[in-house]
Design a protein around this ligand. Structure first.
Ligand SMILES: NC(=O)c1ccc[n+]([C@@H]2O[C@H](COP(=O)([O-])OP(=O)(O)OC[C@H]3O[C@@H](n4cnc5c(N)ncnc54)[C@H](OP(=O)(O)O)[C@@H]3O)[C@@H](O)[C@H]2O)c1
Length: 336
């Protein structure tokens, strides 16, 4: 049995380039006791993949040079040497950028049977993306009805869910995104109050006009110039949820802190980072409520599927150009 695997050959300098990763074919032995062999169906493509390729200080060990690239996957068990998981079971886990992989059964999670949703939901709205939006906004941002919530990368996987949860909680929601089409989707389909195109509009001026009483909650996915603009419009006691800083993930050297940092002091604001892994014990709670919102028609979610494991680096690149329309996935093989 052989597997296709993307191997990290060197740490990217700036944006990923050819030669940073190499697609190889490698033999896969039979599963040892307690292990299973899984065929990957979908690979989740996440901004954090770029962080894992670097050796910057981070929340997991960096991927080692020569190792299979780390990635979250959904797949089907093809061979089992474990009493709990059986052939045909659908599982999620850290399968990596590979067509097939071996893993201890205990490190994989079976797809919950209680929701009647497409498989792609389990790597998006009911996967890590959904719980990030849910706990980041509700636990860290703690929005109250009537408050103004600003969301960056608002049309993206996490951002689009944050926008909708904030609306469900009775907030006024302003989204920041990178195209007029995405702005229209946010206002017309998701029903948020206003959207700003960060590529073509004066973000600072538009935030000032749209948030005359200030921003109560900023769900920050981008950082850099976007965070800089937001800091100029904070309400008293504002909460900045530091979910991600994608504008800096390809930077060759750390970016200097925001010039408007004093506004955190002047507005008595709080900025708090979080890593969703810390909420693992509470994932079922979030999934239950999110699934109910989907059934009631309150939560839209969209996935952007690229075919073929060979396209994984190109799919990751789409997150940095803004080409992705919703949660970026790679379809590695057909659904059973
Ligand atoms: N803390 C956690 O545990 C956790 C977990 C999951 C994700 N995250 C973070 O959440 C954020 C969103 O992740 P996602 O998976 O939902 O990705 P996503 O939003 O679906 O895709 C990334 C989006 O970021 C925007 N973007 C990229 N570079 C930009 C730049 N320089 N300036 C402005 N916008 C830029 C693009 O949208 P536009 O077209 O709108 O520019 C792009 O579509 C990331 O920062 C990620 O690291 C954090």
């Amino acid at each position: 049995m052989k597997a296709l695997q993307w191997i990290l050959r060197q740490r990217p300098k700036g944006a990923m380039a050819p030669g940073d990763l190499e697609l190889v074919e490698a033999p896969l032995r039979a599963p040892h006791t307690g292990e299973v062999r899984v065929r990957t169906i979908y690979l989740s493509v996440d901004p954090t993949n770029r962080i894992w390729m670097s050796d910057a200080e981070q929340y997991l060990p960096p991927v080692e040079i020569g190792d299979v690239m780390r990635g979250i996957t959904l797949g089907v068990v093809e061979e089992s040497n474990d009493p709990v998981l059986k052939e045909g079971d659908l599982v999620t886990g850290l399968g990596g950028w590979a067509s097939h992989f071996l893993a201890p059964a205990g490190l994989l999670a079976r797809i919950p049977a209680e929701y009647d949703l497409p498989l792609t939901a389990y790597l998006s709205v009911l996967g890590g993306t959904g719980v990030t939006a849910y706990f980041g906004l509700l636990d860290i941002g703690r929005p109250k009805a009537g408050e103004t919530v600003v969301v960056s990368a608002a049309a993206g996987a996490v951002g689009s869910l944050v926008c909708q949860i904030a609306k469900l909680k009775g907030c006024r929601v302003i989204g920041i995104t990178g195209s007029d089409e995405k702005c229209r989707w946010l206002t017309e389909t998701l029903g948020i109050d206003a959207a700003i195109n960060h590529r073509t509009e004066d973000l600072d001026a538009r935030l000032g006009a749209l948030c005359p009483d200030g921003i109560d909650v900023d769900f920050e996915n981008v950082g850099g110039p976007v965070l800089e603009a937001v800091l100029g419009h904070l309400a008293l006691k504002a909460r900045i949820v530091l979910c991600g800083l994608i504008s800096g993930y390809n930077a060759e050297a750390p970016e200097p802190g925001p010039v408007r940092l004093p506004m955190i002091l002047m507005r008595r604001a709080r900025m708090e980072g979080f890593i969703i892994l810390d909420y693992a014990a509470r994932f079922p709670e979030a999934r239950k409520e999110m699934a109910a919102w989907i059934v009631d028609g309150h939560l839209h979610w969209r996935v952007d599927v690229m075919d073929g494991l060979e396209n994984a680096p190109a799919a990751l690149d789409r997150l940095f150009t803004g080409a992705n329309q919703g949660k970026q996935l790679v379809r590695v093989s057909a659904e059973p």
